[in-house]
Design a protein around this ligand. Structure first.
Ligand SMILES: [Zn+2]
Length: 166
């Protein structure tokens, strides 16, 4: 399995220096590490996971989101949903699997639903970044993690009061 966690760390209990740095910088989260390690432990049983590519995994209090690279989505679902079932059993939450697509906005819409208000590029002296406006009360961490995965870069999440803007 290919993920942000290196192959060695995916199979061990400790983190190498490079992966620790990613964790410090927030490029990787603790829950993502746990999810990647669990998925790696399934590789012997579920062989298709061996060449599956994970963009990111996000855990919220309610659910787990698996964002697969294009072409890997079905591998994380597993035959008849077997991988999703094992994940649900392990982490005790429902699991949704998505694939990054050519159209990142569509993926965001799919995941965030009506919580997504607008998506736009911002050009600043420090470079360009993506600004996502979400409804106030929407899970901002989820929005950020998903947006960073699909846009592969700096993302700003701004909660807005939807009603007042009209
Ligand atoms: Zn590592």
């Amino acid at each position: 399995m290919i993920s942000k966690l290196c192959g060695v760390c995916a199979k061990s209990e400790i983190l190498c220096e490079a992966c620790s740095k990613k964790l410090e910088k927030g490029e990787l989260t603790e829950s993502e590490v746990r999810i990647v390690r669990f998925l790696s432990s399934l590789e012997e049983k579920v062989r298709s996971l061996k060449n599956a590519k994970l963009e990111t995994a996000v855990e919220t209090p309610e659910e787990i989101l698996i964002i697969a690279a294009e072409g890997s989505g079905s591998k994380f679902v597993g035959r008849g949903g077997s991988v999703v079932r094992l994940l649900t059993k392990k982490f005790g939450k429902p699991v949704r699997v998505f694939e990054t697509s050519e159209d990142p906005r569509r993926l965001l819409e799919e995941i965030l639903g009506p919580n997504l208000v607008t998506v736009g590029k911002v050009y600043s002296p420090e470079g360009e970044f993506v600004r996502i406006r979400v409804r106030k009360g929407a899970p901002a961490d989820l929005a950020r993690a998903v947006a960073e995965a699909v846009y592969r870069g700096k993302v700003e999440v701004v909660p807005v009061d939807n009603l007042r803007r009209r």
